[in-house]
Structures are given as structure tokens and as C-alpha cells.
Design a protein around this ligand. Sequence first.
Ligand SMILES: Nc1ncnc2c1ncn2[C@@H]1O[C@H](COP(=O)(O)OP(=O)(O)OP(=O)(O)O)[C@@H](O)[C@H]1O
Length: 462
Amino acid sequence: MLTLKSVAGGYDDKQVIQDMNFSVFPGEFFGILGPNGSGKTTLLKLISGLLPCSDGSIQLDNQDLQQFSTKALARKMAVLPQLTSHAFPYTVRDTVALGRYAHLQGVFQTWTAEDERVVETVMEQTHITGFQHHLLQELSGGEQQRVFLAQALAQEPAVLLLDEPTNHLDLAYQKDLLDLLKRMVREQHLTVVAIFHDVNLASLYGDRLLLMHGGQVKALGRPDGVLTESVVNDVYQTGVKKNPHPSMAKPQMHLIPSDYPSVTKGFRLDASMLDVQPERVTFISPAPLRTFASHGWGSGIGWNRYVVQWFDATCSADIETMGDYLARDGFDPAQTIGMVTAGSIDNTVYYFGENEAASLLTVVTVGQEGTISVWLFINGIMTDEAFMQAMMTAAEAKTQTLRELGVTRTPSIGPYPEDRIVVAALQYGPNLPGAGMTIDLGQLIHDCVCKALWKRMQSNDD
Ligand SMILES: Nc1ncnc2c1ncn2[C@@H]1O[C@H](COP(=O)(O)OP(=O)(O)OP(=O)(O)O)[C@@H](O)[C@H]1O
């Protein structure tokens, strides 16, 4: 275990680190974050013994760092410093082999079969075997980074210290390197202490994070506790928005550019953007809208410009055939919510509604087999909660209207597996924090969906 007790330190004329107290446990991936100049590298230099502490102490497995000989410390701890442009006239293999220095045995420092095996293994793990006979200066920055990681791993340390290890690495190698470290943490109980600039990578891979500010601890703990919007905004002095990762329980921070002009400024979603043709109904927005869609192509949460429904009696409407419809009619698949149903243009009704809180266009289509699609195009800035509440309110309005109309459907009134709801918001204009039935937007949605459905059903009677 690595333990820092009241550690202070820095350079001759400058005290950088103050009163650092924390422990890093065996088999832990410990991430260090902080703005430029906050003291991350200085802290790592103190932990590696490169700089002496001016106060406090650092212990490794209950032994003071100063009590280790250089070679004994190198068998316990390896360091991957920030990559510099300084290139050595060594081959890749020789550079990696230098990592075995602390393990060489006897007076003649004999190179053993075990040393050979370790060098081979770490070169394979870091994908550098293919250029092992190249000179270091012939490699790209990312390739050099992997060579120095292999050298550090060749030390077979219990603790690995890394200063911005993903610098210079492309996306795939960033993931490869961090996956490798994570695997070593899990399988070999390696302790990793790594400085990150990318808060999202730190969140994904770090078991715990230390957020530094002005040479001190600003926050320390699990990523979801450390990476709060207010703390990150405060420390980095910039606007961020926190969101969960789509497939892991890890927070992710999204930068909000401060002078990003709203492309949706100055227009309003209304029926002029709706195109009703015999074979399909299309809503075309001049700019991407934030969308929540329950079914079909583009379902889930996203940003889309087009919402399209094709009427095709022969279509099985599965997600595979949707690509053909999009391609045939020239819609960008990345910006489209698409659906297909049996039916015709007669089945489309729309209604524009407005109250003091917001305005919205409601489009309702009813397929031949009874499938109902409800689209809501809302003028305002909706929160995620508002989107979900809008979905629930629209579903409730639909069910209530069908009940009032005495409409029965197969399999039954109520939840109908093929019914669809799309909620799209301009994300410009009034703030709309909720859309439940007790607030203005919810009432407007309920009113518009009921009116549109009534209109549709009355036209049925004509
Ligand atoms: N060799 C040095 N001599 C004197 N001061 C130094 C030295 N190295 C760094 N500093 C100062 O110490 C402070 C912390 O620097 P450090 O490199 O630890 O920050 P950092 O958080 O790693 O920054 P970055 O994110 O930019 O890499 C800075 O104000 C820096 O100017």
C-alpha cells in the first residue's frame, strides 16, 4: 500500500504540494486529475522519490520511501514519465530490456531466460514486437509511448506511476493501453497511479480519482462523487454538463462551448415543416432537434433533423428494411427517425397548440392495423425529465381519448406494442423543466394529443 501523510514538497524556490493525505491500495487504479499547474507531475515526482518531501512522509508497504535503495525501489515501483522529444540511439528491444536492470542477478549482472521471457511478454502486450529492431527515433510519438510503457512493465513493478499515459496515442491505442492496465490491476493486483487530462477517460478507468487544485486535494473518491458539475466547473473554470455513460455506471463530462451560436435561434417548429405525401409523412427541421423516440430507426435519445413515416401495406417494418427506405428517399440515416406502417395519407392529422409556457406541433398517424404514432415538436429547452414526462403524458392522453371514443383495438385498448411516440425539442426558447399533467407544458401536450386524435377519429366517421 502507498500512503502519503501530510506531504508537502516542490522545488527550491517553490512549494507546490501542500498537506497531501491519502492511501492507494494494492490492485487499485488511482487517477489524478487537475488543471494545468495544479501540481500533478510534482506529486508524482514526490511519490516516485524523484523529489524529496519537505514535510510529511510517503510509505510503500509500511516502509519510508527514503529507506529503499534505488534498485530495491525499482523492483517495487516503475514510472512512465511524460514523453519528451528526446530520443535515444537505442533499438526498441534494447530500450525495453533496460527495464530489467533492477532484476539482473550477480556480480556480472547476468541476463537470464526469465529476463528474456518478460521482455518478449511486455513487447507483445504493448504491440511493439513488430518493430523491436527499429531505432527509437524512427518511431512516432504514440509508438515511443508504448515502448516506454513496455520498459516500465518489464520492471514487473507492484506500483506503476504514469504521467499522462495516453498522450500521443490514437483512440484505439488509448483504449488498448488502459484496458491492458486495467487487466493487470485486476489479474495481477498491479497498483496504478495515473495522471489524466481527459476527465472522461479518468472516470471510465479510475477506481478512485484525486482532483487537485492549487497543490491540494479538491476532491477524492469514486468518479461519480468527484466529478460533479459544480466541482469541475469550479476547478477548471469552464462550463460542463454531466451525463451518464450509455453502458457503464460512470459519469461523463461534456464541454459546453460558450460562444456556440444556437442554429435553432429564430425559427419555430410548426406545420410549415411538415410534408404530407400519399406514401409518406415527413417533418423536416432546418437544424437537428433533440429527440426521444420509443421505436424504430433512430429510437432512444439523439439529435435528428427528420422524422419520417412511410405508409406501405406490404412492409414488415423491421429495422433492417428501414435502411432501404432511408437510402431510397435520400434521408441521412444519422439524422432520421424512421418508421413504416400500413396505411395512407388519410390517416395523418396534425394540430398546433400554444399556451403561456410553450408551443408545439402534434402529428398523429393511425395505421391500417390500428397502430398509432404520436409526434410532438416542442418549441423550448427540455430537460431529460421533461422528455420522459412528455412521453408519459402523451401516452396517457392517447389512452384516455381512445377510451372516451370507445375505440377497441387488438390486442386491447391501452398499451399497444406497435404504437410509437416521438418527442422532439428545439432546445432554444423557454426553459421547460417538466411536462407532467400538472404543469403548463403537460397540459398543452395532453390537450393537443386529445384534439389531434379526436380530429382523426371524427374524419373516420365522415
Ligand atoms: N522544475 C521546476 N522548478 C520550479 N517550478 C516548477 C518546476 N516544475 C514545475 N514547476 C511549477 O510547479 C507548478 C506545478 O507544476 P506541475 O508540472 O506539477 O503541474 P501539473 O498539474 O502537472 O501541470 P500540467 O497539467 O500542465 O502538466 C507549476 O506552477 C510549475 O510552474
